[in-house]
Design a binder for this molecule. Structure first.
Ligand code: NAP
Length: 343
C-alpha cells in the first residue's frame, strides 16, 4: 500500500518535475492529487506514462487523509495553505523560501543533514532549500567533513527556469524578438535576459546584497555549520535549465587535492567529472534531466593557506527543487517518520 501525495503547484516548472520524478523513482503512491490555482482547475496533466490527473483548486482542497504535500505554489500561497495542510495531518515539504529560516522548521538536503528531519514533528512542515544552495552544500559536505570549511566565496550563473515557467517564456520570447527586430520589454527580469547576464536575483537587502545571495549564506549555515562564512554573488544567465557555480573555499586545515578528489568521488549525490583537458568539465546543458551535483575544475587556490576552487553544475528543477523534495519524502519513509493513512 502506498501514500496519498498532493502536489501543490502541479502546473508549474517545479510541480511538473515533481510529478515526473515521483513516477520515475516509483515512489510508493496510492493516490496523487494535482493542485494549482482556480485558473488551472479542470486542466489535465500527465502523471507517468499511463495516468492523467485532473488539476484541482487548492483553495477548496481538503488535506484530511493525505500523507504528504509537495508544495511549490510560491511563498505567499504556501504561507497560507501549508499550515492548513499540516493541521489536517499532512506532512508538508515546501519548496518556497517562506518557512526556511524558521527555527522549528527543518531545512533539509538528504545527503547532508537527514537527521534534521527528526525535528519536524511539531510543525509537520519541512523546507526545501534554495536551488543554488542545494547543489553547493551537496559538494561542500564531504570537503567540510575532511578539512573544516571556514569561508566560501561563490558566484552563480543561474538559469531562467529558476524564475519558473514565465522566466523560461521570457528568454524564449526575447531571443526570438531579437532576431526579428521586435521590441523587447523586460517583465520577469530587471533587464533584457536574452544575450545578456543580470547580476540581480530577487530584491536588494539593506547591506547591498540581494535576497538570493543572503539565502545562500544563511541556508548554508543552517544546513551545514553555523560557523561557515559565505559571500555570494548571484547572476541570472540566458540558459533555460541548469545552474552553474564557481565556488572558492577556505579551510581550517591543510588541504590535500588527492584526498579531496577521493571523497568527492565517493560522496552521495556528487559526480566528479574533472578531466583537465578541453571540454573535460560539465556545463548546464549537459546536466539537464540529471540528478547529481557535478563537480569539475577542482584545483588548489594558491592565494590563501588552505584553499580549493571548483565549478559546480546541477539541474535546478531536479536536485535544486523537485528531486530534493521527493528525496526528503523518501528519507521520511526510511526513517519511519511518516504515518500512512488509508486511501
Ligand atoms: N524553479 C526553480 O528552480 C525553483 C527552485 C527552488 C524553489 N522554487 C520555488 O518554487 C516555487 C514555484 O516555482 P516554479 O518555478 O514552479 O514557479 P511557476 O512555474 O511559476 O509555477 C507556479 C505554480 O504555483 C501555482 N500557483 C500560483 N498561484 C497559486 C495560487 N494562488 N493557488 C494555487 N496555486 C498557485 C501555479 O498554478 P497556476 O498554473 O494555476 O497559476 C503553478 O502551478 C517558487 O516559490 C519558487 O521560488 C523554484
Amino acid at each position: 500500500m502506498g501514500y496519498r501525495v498532493a502536489v501543490v503547484g502541479a502546473t508549474g516548472a517545479v510541480g511538473r518535475e515533481i510529478l515526473k520524478i515521483l513516477s520515475e523513482r516509483e515512489f510508493p503512491v496510492s493516490e496523487v492529487a494535482a493542485l494549482a490555482s482556480g485558473r488551472s482547475a479542470g486542466q489535465e496533466i500527465s502523471f507517468g506514462d499511463k495516468s492523467v490527473l485532473k488539476v484541482q483548486n487548492l483553495d477548496t482542497f481538503d488535506f484530511t487523509g493525505w500523507d504528504i504535500g509537495l508544495f511549490s505554489p510560491g511563498g505567499a500561497v504556501s504561507a497560507k495553505h501549508a499550515p492548513r495542510a499540516a493541521a489536517a495531518g499532512c506532512v508538508v515539504i515546501d519548496n518556497t523560501s517562506h518557512f526556511r529560516m524558521e527555527p522549528d522548521v527543518p531545512l533539509v538536503v538528504p545527503e547532508v543533514n537527514p537527521d534534521a528531519l527528526k525535528r519536524m514533528a511539531r510543525r509537520r512542515i519541512i523546507a526545501n532549500p534554495n536551488c543554488s544552495t542545494i547543489q553547493m552544500v551537496v559538494a561542500l559536505k564531504p570537503l567540510h567533513d575532511l578539512f573544516t570549511i571556514k569561508r566560501v566565496v561563490v558566484s552563480t550563473y543561474q538559469s531562467v527556469s529558476g524564475a519558473g515557467k514565465e522566466g523560461m517564456d521570457e528568454l524564449f520570447t526575447q531571443s526570438k524578438a531579437t532576431f526579428v527586430n521586435d521590441p523587447i520589454k523586460p517583465e520577469q527580469f530587471q533587464k533584457q535576459i536574452a544575450f545578456n547576464v543580470i547580476p540581480q536575483i530577487d530584491r536588494f537587502m539593506e547591506d547591498g546584497a540581494t535576497k538570493e545571495e543572503w539565502k545562500m549564506a544563511v541556508e548554508t549555515r543552517k544546513i551545514l555549520d553555523p560557523d561557515i562564512a559565505v559571500i555570494a554573488t548571484c547572476v541570472r544567465v540566458p540558459v533555460f535549465i541548469g545552474h552553474a557555480e564557481s565556488v572558492v573555499v577556505e579551510f581550517e586545515e591543510p588541504v590535500d587535492l588527492e584526498q579531496a578528489r577521493a571523497v568527492l568521488r565517493e560522496a552521495p549525490g556528487v559526480i566528479l567529472h574533472d578531466e583537465r583537458e578541453d571540454g573535460g568539465y560539465v556545463t548546464p546543458l549537459e546536466c539537464q534531466g540529471e540528478d547529481a551535483s557535478y563537480v569539475s575544475r577542482l584545483r588548489v587556490d594558491p592565494t590563501v593557506p588552505n584553499g580549493l576552487a571548483f565549478w559546480c553544475v546541477s539541474d535546478n528543477l531536479r536536485k535544486g527543487a523537485a528531486l530534493n523534495a521527493v528525496q526528503i519524502a523518501e528519507a521520511l519513509i526510511a526513517l519511519d517518520l511518516l504515518d500512512r493513512k488509508a486511501a
